[in-house]
Design a protein around this ligand. Structure first.
Ligand code: NCD
Length: 363
């Protein structure tokens, strides 16, 4: 039994296989119409979503399967104080696979340790969003014909944007990619994301990335092969005034595309607020609606793969415990009091296994 919590849970070979399946589904849709007959997907969405939940549901229906689940925490027993572990133990009796979105970082990992069916992370707080990355990779591959040798501008909320964190991890697996990080100082990419890419590159586990950091979206516009716009994540701000101040930091419009390459590809995980003005929608470089379609195809491919892998061993917690505690208020350890605080050591830094933030010594 395999779960996908982090995009790095899939090897490059498996990503290729998923993209090939997705392309085959697009070309021969009918062939797949009965592949999940008799199977159930449980969509456990503790945080609101339109695209991701509906695309998981559409994916399962198009494979001939069924869907059960809930679309907000209030309509589940979480509102009565049930733990993630108990919820998924119960759901394992009713379904064959789980797609979970949660506002707490690490909740789907906790789920994967306790469910007896595969768990797919459909977004955990400001941490990771691997299935959005599957959509992004297929779109880049279909538009550019490759996933290497690309200059990728990533713009907006790089701090809380979970799609950004997973995309960067994925792009580090391919050669010669350059990432231009464009954000206000307050919304820069968390250091743990960069540290993780660099540590893995040092050990030869990825190809590494070159990073450039700037506040100015136009400075590198002419170099981009991909321009990945993101929304400022209002729901993650403790200080609403800060959100108001930062929300319109970058707005892409037709005029700003003047210096861009003619075959640049503009992506956005959606929903957009006003980061891309509608005058860009008719530009042939705008690929964000294709991205949503590709998301459904990749989710179909992923559901098929995880169900076909069948039974196997439940993943077990790997980490140390005792010396440190996680004090990240957005981590699942902050609300699930019975959850043991596990940490891993990487490159001399101790991090929480659930949210990847640095842990603090217990006094
Ligand atoms: C993203 C998410 O939920 O993180 N949306 C999505 O899944 N397509 C991006 C966002 O909400 O800004």
């Amino acid at each position: 039994m395999r779960s996908v919590i982090d995009i790095l849970d899939l090897s490059v070979g498996e990503l290729d296989e998923l993209m090939n399946t997705a392309l085959d589904i697009a070309a021969h849709h009918d062939k797949y119409a009965e592949r999940c007959r008799g199977k159930k997907l449980a969509t456990l969405f503790f945080e609101p979503s339109t695209r991701t939940r509906l695309s998981f549901e559409a994916a399962m229906y198009e494979l001939g399967g069924n869907v059960i689940g809930f679309a907000e925490a209030n309509s589940s027993s979480a509102s009565k104080g049930e733990s993630v572990a108990d919820t998924v133990r119960v759901v394992s009796c009713y379904a064959d696979i789980i797609a979970m979105r949660h506002f707490k970082e690490g909740a789907p990992l906790v789920a994967s340790f306790n469910a007896s069916i595969p768990v797919i992370n459909a977004g955990d707080g400001g941490h990771y969003h691997p299935t959005q990355t599957l959509a992004d990779l297929l779109t880049i591959y279909r538009e550019k014909g490759r996933l290497s040798g690309l200059t990728v501008g990533i713009v907006g909320d790089l701090k809380y944007g979970r799609t950004v964190h997973s995309l960067i991890a994925a792009l580090s697996r391919y050669e010669n990619n350059k990432i231009v990080l464009v954000s206000p100082n307050e919304l820069q990419l968390p250091q743990y994301v960069i540290d993780d890419v660099n540590a893995k590159a040092k050990r030869g586990e990825n190809c590494g990335l070159s990073f450039v950091q700037t506040n100015d979206m136009l400075e590198h516009m002419s170099e981009f092969d991909i321009l990945y716009m993101t929304r400022v994540q209002r729901e993650r701000f403790a200080d609403k005034a800060e959100y108001e101040r930062l929300k319109d930091s970058y707005i892409l419009n037709a005029a700003k595309l003047k210096t861009a390459k003619k075959d640049m590809c503009i992506l956005h995980p959606l929903p957009r607020v006003n980061e891309i003005s509608v005058d860009v929608d008719d530009d042939s470089r705008a690929c964000y609606f294709k991205q949503a379609e590709n998301g459904k195809l990749m989710r179909m491919a992923l559901i098929l793969k995880l169900l076909e892998l069948g039974d196997g061993k439940k993943p077990t917690v790997s980490g140390e415990t005792g010396e440190f505690r996680c004090d990240n208020p957005n981590c699942i350890t902050s609300t699930e009091q019975e959850l043991k605080h596990y940490f891993k050591r990487d490159n001399g830094i101790c991090r929480c296994i659930y949210c990847d933030k640095q842990v603090k010594p217990i006094k």
